[in-house]
Design a binder for this molecule. Structure first.
Ligand code: BEZ
Length: 260
């Protein structure tokens, strides 16, 4: 899930569970890539309500979750997890984790991705691994174009610059990881058309919030309706089932062992 560090985004656990429960469900492959082992100490960066954190703990690891959203952290704690409110983009741990895991969080750390990666690097022990999945280049491109058009039609200048998500290419993110001192063992862009259980309205309600909050409240319903209508021919099938145009960036990187 997400670090939820966008200032205009208010994350509520009940809303997330209703509209976005598919996010942790579809995180199973990245959990498999993490392969947590009993006794390991693992940080879940952007743990949200702790659905995946709980699975890491169930594998026998000691896991700490961090997320910027107090309501999501309260939900994670209600599962009995060690979860803490914190800025995922500027972690302050020092050489204490065997692994840092992150699902669907890093794309919210748009303002300074290198600071986020640097915080992960510092948090890891020598030999520690960073295993994550985030939105990758081209993710939700159709949705983004429709939102930008609706905002600009309502007078928001350069609306694209205010889109809160960062969806890097493989080359971009690999260079950032290597620049921070990681060795990249695996990195791949994965197209993943994603069924939206509560349709486009539910998706926009939760993920589009920081975009539509740039409009006066009275303008928001019409803008949301316009985006939904524009996307219907592209992302909605004849049975009324919506599919998001998701592309994931999945990677596994590690901190080199200390020279002997
Ligand atoms: C996600 O959480 O995976 C996501 C959020 C916003 C836009 C696209 C993807």
């Amino acid at each position: 899930m997400n670090p939820h560090d966008s200032p205009k985004q208010e994350w509520k656990a009940d809303n997330y569970a209703r509209n976005a429960h598919f996010v942790p469900t579809l995180g199973a492959p990245v959990l498999q890539l993490l392969a947590p082992r009993p006794g390991e100490r693992i940080l879940d960066l952007g743990c949200g309500d702790g659905v995946l954190t709980e699975k890491i703990a169930a594998a026998g690891a000691t896991v700490i979750g961090v997320d910027a959203a107090p309501d999501m952290i309260a939900a994670a704690r209600a599962r009995g997890l060690d979860a803490r409110v914190g800025d995922g983009g500027r972690l302050e741990f020092a050489a204490e984790f065997d692994a840092v895991f992150s699902n669907a969080a890093l794309h919210w750390m748009k303002s300074d991705p290198d600071a986020a990666i640097g915080g992960v690097k510092r948090a890891l022990k020598p030999g520690g691994r960073f295993v994550a999945e985030m939105g990758g280049h081209g993710c939700v491109a159709a949705i983004t174009v429709a939102i930008v058009a609706a905002l600009e039609r309502r007078g928001v200048a350069n609306a694209a610059a205010g889109i809160p998500w960062y969806f890097p290419t493989v080359d971009d993110y690999r260079a950032r990881l290597e620049g921070a001192g990681f060795t990249v063992d695996y990195i791949e862009l994965i197209p993943r058309p994603t069924p939206l259980p509560t349709a486009m309205a539910g998706w926009l309600e939760i993920f589009g919030q920081p975009c539509f909050n740039r409009l006066p409240p009275g303008d928001r319903p019409a803008a949301i309706a316009e985006v939904t209508a524009a996307l219907k021919p592209v992302l909605c099938d004849e049975q009324g089932r919506w599919t998001g145009d998701y592309i994931r960036l999945r990677f596994k990187a590690r901190v080199p062992d200390q020279p002997k």
